[in-house]
Design a protein around this ligand. Structure first.
Ligand code: PMP
Length: 316
């Protein structure tokens, strides 16, 4: 890569989940050299196949992130094969259809020892997983967001646009503060003007006004969600007009609907957004655009709907 440390990843083996042996001076521990991914595997309702949603996109995003923080990365093929092997080895733990999924976490990190500030000399790519339940238990609940205007998750020129491990610790404080006050999540504003909405700590955001669906443009401070991209395509196919642009916080006031997208949440309706003490309410429920798009996406991901787009990778 640009830092001159291109590497070859040796093929790994599937092994039991357990502690890692790591040098105290590993690059990841000292200088945050690490990128992660999140992918879900679903058990198909029809025939018990194990389905992955666009894992090649996760591989490409990991590659982009690795490049940004001076790490070599596995090829798309190596990445996808490792994800498939991990999923297959854990097939018996995948919840039955409708009950959840297998959450798969690929991790790439500098494990070589480095004391002076520099890219690590060696890297490790690993994949682990865990069964998870549905994000919303039972009913299709909605999120209550609070807009944070003191803390920011990303700045221009930083690593906000890639899935670097260093993006997550800075948002813990905002989430803890929000949860203590009864909100479900934090919506971040841009750090320059402090007026444009960016994203939630682990999902992207969309604003619906009539037939127009807008989402903040990704210009380096927002993670390019794979769900975001997929939902834009599905919505466009359904005849909605999609806009990627800067969205000022005041524009939320006359939004009909707001929803979030991400691997963990799928498409999650936003019921309220609070900003500077003012609470804005949005439409939720069965007849929303968010629900319509969720149903299509979930249908593809779980094998209920035909995968016309070739997004599903079967594990076998
Ligand atoms: N933004 C952030 C900061 C995230 O961590 C995630 C989860 N990967 C997303 C957005 C949504 O991305 P995706 O749809 O690829 O899960």
């Amino acid at each position: 890569n640009k830092c001159g440390n291109d590497g070859v990843f040796q093929k790994g083996v599937v092994t039991r989940y357990g502690a890692l042996e790591l040098s105290p001076s590993a690059g990841v521990l000292n200088y945050g050299q690490g990128v992660l991914e999140g992918i879900k595997a679903y058990r198909s309702a029809e025939d018990d196949r194990l389905l992955l949603f666009r894992p090649d996109q996760n591989a490409l995003r990991m590659k982009m992130g690795a490049e940004r923080i001076c790490m070599p990365s596995p090829s798309v093929e190596t990445f996808v094969d490792a994800v498939k092997e991990t999923a297959l080895a854990n097939k018996r733990w995948v919840p039955p259809p409708g009950k959840g999924s297998l959450y798969i976490r690929p991790l790439l990190m500098g494990t070589g020892a480095v004391l002076g500030f520099a890219p690590a000399p060696d890297y490790t790519f690993l994949v682990y997983c865990s069964p998870v339940g549905n994000y919303f238990k039972g009913t299709f609940a909605s999120l209550d967001l609070i807009i944070e205007d003191e803390l920011h998750r990303a700045t221009p020129g930083g690593a906000g646009g890639v899935k670097s491990i260093t993006n997550y610790a800075p948002v813990l404080k905002g989430i803890s503060k929000a949860k203590q006050r009864g909100y479900s999540e934090v919506l971040y504003l841009d750090s320059v003007h402090k007026k444009y909405i960016e994203e939630v700590s682990c999902c992207n955001i969309f604003v619906v006004k009539g037939n127009v669906i807008s989402t903040p443009a990704t210009s380096g401070t927002i993670l390019e969600g794979i769900t975001r991209k997929s939902i834009m395509e599905i919505a466009s196919d359904r005849g909605y007009q999609i806009e990627e642009r800067a969205i000022a916080v005041e524009e939320l006031e006359d939004a009909g609907e707001v929803f979030c997208t991400g691997t963990a949440v799928g498409v999650a309706p936003v019921g309220t957004i609070t900003y500077q003490g003012k609470r804005m309410e949005f439409k939720v429920g069965a007849s929303t655009v968010g629900r319509e798009l969720y149903t299509i996406l979930e249908g593809i991901q779980t094998g209920k709907t035909k995968d016309d787009k070739g997004w599903i990778v079967e594990v076998q």
